[in-house]
Design a protein around this ligand. Structure first.
Ligand code: HEC
Length: 124
């Protein structure tokens, strides 16, 4: 076997290992998430600290608030996509839920709203 052929085989083997590794990672991240949607990454970054990664609202900050659970289909401040978008944009007065106007774009807020709606449907 020539050196070039050996190198090619080694590269092919490394590629296979790499591909298997990626598949495993993808499967893991899918299983730790309720649903897969473009809004998920922003949700994890901006919202999960209070609402929890699974959306149940079972965190130190939000646990005592009746409507912090986003993983069900019950809403206290409006359940339509428009109302959810409004609540994310303007916040919920008298609660730690502040508005994200300016911090997130309209497109991002729309994506998170879709994510929350999907999460709720999957929850209960
Ligand atoms: C600092 C903590 C905190 C952060 C961060 C936060 N929330 Fe909230 N949010 C709350 C609390 C607490 C409530 C519940 C208020 C209540 O019970 O009336 C709430 C309520 C809501 C509601 C209304 C639910 C209903 O039943 O009508 C929505 C929708 C919501 N949050 C979405 C989000 C999204 C999306 C993000 C991230 C962009 C986010 N929240 C970030 C604390 C937070």
């Amino acid at each position: 076997m020539t050196l070039a052929r050996k190198l090619m085989l080694a590269a092919a083997a490394a590629g296979t290992i790499f591909a298997v590794g990626c598949q495993k990672e993808a499967a893991q991240s899918a299983s730790s998430a309720a649903v897969d949607a473009p809004g998920q990454g922003i949700y994890f970054q901006q919202c999960a600290i209070c609402h929890g990664r699974a959306g149940k609202g079972d965190t130190m900050i939000a646990a005592n608030y009746p409507w912090a659970n986003l993983a069900d289909t019950k809403y206290g401040h409006g359940s339509t996509r428009e109302e959810i978008i409004r609540n994310i944009t303007d916040g919920v007065p008298q609660t730690p839920m502040r508005g994200f106007k300016g911090a997130l774009s309209d497109e991002e807020i729309g994506q998170i709203a879709d994510y929350i709606i999907a999460m709720g449907k999957q929850g209960s």
